[in-house]
Design a protein around this ligand. Sequence first.
Ligand SMILES: C[S@@+](CC[C@H](N)C(=O)[O-])C[C@H]1O[C@@H](n2cnc3c(N)ncnc32)[C@H](O)[C@@H]1O
Length: 244
Amino acid sequence: MTEEKLIKSDERVKNLGEVFTPKRIVDFMLDQPEITAKINELSATFLEPSAGEGAFLVELLHRKIAVALEVSQNADEFGDNCLIGLSSLYGIELMEDNIEMLVMKMSAAFNMDYQEDLKKFSGQVDDKVIRSAMVIIQANMVNGNALTKLDGDGNPIIFSEWKLLKKKGKRQKVQRLEYTFQEIIDGVEKSSGKITPEVQEEQLDLFNFLDETYQPEKEVKPVPKVQYVPCKLTDIYKKETKEA
Ligand SMILES: C[S@@+](CC[C@H](N)C(=O)[O-])C[C@H]1O[C@@H](n2cnc3c(N)ncnc32)[C@H](O)[C@@H]1O
């Protein structure tokens, strides 16, 4: 068995509290019945505001894809369900080297599980699934500070909601909507109204370490949000936006 590397340096432990969680603890926590119940709901969201290299998020992804396999009848449905499971996982991480590893590990886990489990349906790998997964991972794994709610460039952290639309044809469609992290925490305002109560109920914060009384030192300017057009899950990679 390979030894897990849980600490990068004493300095980082001191400055960032950076100690990664061992796999057995991750498994123990994710095996709790209330967490398992949420994993079994493919679109129930998880946010890890101190994601590190993804000890929790990568394992959550493996488990969501296992659920996708169970509930799918064919290769197309499996591709859609893998993307739904993936789009429910969000992370924030302060350190650039950690976020790079996080993105790499999420991508590798998705590609490996999707391609391996697809064999059950004797299906061809759909390149659009892989490309759309990469866009979702890039959007959902944010390099930023969960306390100031600013990203690495000093702009407000923005998350995408991947809202599933009522299914009409064979393929599931999605509306990508953007919110600042501040808006999500505030309970949740956006240009077109409020996030639905169902969405709020589904949110699960793995590490609710945020200090509610924390105030950023300077006023953060609102940032314009991108208006995406509704599309099939497998067309997310196109990132098509509405004309201004
Ligand atoms: C104790 S480690 C846990 C990492 C991961 N959750 C795990 O279980 O392996 C804490 C992580 O939070 C990050 N971190 C520290 N302060 C942060 C902040 N204000 N915003 C976002 N991430 C932060 C550190 O870089 C570190 O990767």
